[in-house]
Write a protein that binds this ligand. Sequence first.
Ligand code: GNR
Ligand code: NI
Length: 172
Amino acid sequence: MSTLYDIINVPHPSLKAVANPIDSVTNDIRKQMDTMLATMYDAPGIGLAANQVDILNRVLVMDLAGTDEKKNPICMANPEIIYESEEMSVMEEGCLSIPHQAAEVERPAIVRVKYLDYNGNPAELEAEGLLSHCVQHEIDHLNGTLFIDYLSSLKRNMILKKVEKLKKQNLI
Ligand code: GNR
Ligand code: NI
């Protein structure tokens, strides 16, 4: 039986915290990545950052494969954006920590990310489309930023109120 983490929701303070770099990808970090992947698949979602499971280290996981496709897990420690295109892209985003809410977010269309992989080896990923939005969304989490922080305060507060209402109705 594999254990899962609990995903925290707004307004938990860990979602606003800046996560700490890891020294190296140890067996414990690999275990954390495995449990984060299981938690993400269970949710289900296409990405998960450590802050969302109340762990403040710079670890994220992603998998954009569809439910009927072969799994394609991507694990990153200490990710850094080393290139972003001037061209921008707008896409509807959601977040497991802001359940049942979505909004259009504008981000650099293409990014290149440097990170340590599951085996602790340096790696780079160039991403466009949904993967680009996802990896930027996850790195934002590690920096205490949520997609609603890019919206007007009016839209952000509407979303936060809707989440509170769903909680009160026990729908989350
Ligand atoms: O499952 C998720 N879908 C998604 C869609 C568009 C842009 C980003 C994402 S990430 C999100 C899961 C999540 O909250 N990751 O932090
Ligand atoms: Ni999110």
